[in-house]
Design a protein around this ligand. Sequence first.
Ligand code: ZN
Length: 273
Amino acid sequence: MIKRFSWVAALLLVVGTAQATEASPRPGGVALIELGSAALPPPRVTLDDKPLLVMKRDGLWVAVAGIPLDTAPGEWPVMIDGQRKTVTVAAHTYREQRITVENESFVTQSQEQLDRIFRERKIIDGVLGSFRDVPIDGIALAAPINGSRSPSFGYRRYFNDQPRSPHKGMDIAGKTGDPVIAPRAALVAATGDYFFNGNTVLLDHGQGFVTMYCHLSDIAVKQGQTVDIGDVIGAVGATGRVTGPHLHFGTYLNGTAVDPAIFLPAVGASAGT
Ligand code: ZN
């Protein structure tokens, strides 16, 4: 059963007027590429032969490309109707983070655990790499919970001094059981209890725009159902590889992790308590 909060109307207002969605052409950021009048059919925009999100904004078609964290600064090519166009990607150095975890299995895994991680990785990558071709009228997101946001996206992480993949989301403070809401209308693409991510929900907002919610104590939705902005999708928890309860919030475009802060309203602008 999906619950909805009374402040959803206020939330819609906030999202509708959010100015937080900005071009941020750095590794882990987004490039907004204007494509011409929306009175004409949209051009096809691709990156490595994969389609990019194209939305209508202020009477123009605009492509929204996620720039992978490992992109070198400089000219970055996309194809627009078969023509090469470059975006200038700025240099950006993310901070280093060193984490000590007691459960050694979260640092070095057994073969059985590696097999499980591999199976789960395929499910997650399948969702991130999918392209559901539906119209999109914006990319602004409501805050999924109203906790304080750690600027931890992109951190280069070491677990017990061993290098691991960079942190591909934003950690938001919360208590176990706090409701997590859908930040925009979506199809529930997958749910599961994953080794590192714990209880997880993946939402598909269309055209490769995917959001991810990890370490949940409870999952309130099922794969294949649709959710609207403000619908409760689960609750904050401490499942998977964590040091305490919080929400790991991931945002993805064209299969690549980008900084969730780009899509959220400024801190203090969000509704609710
Ligand atoms: Zn995290």
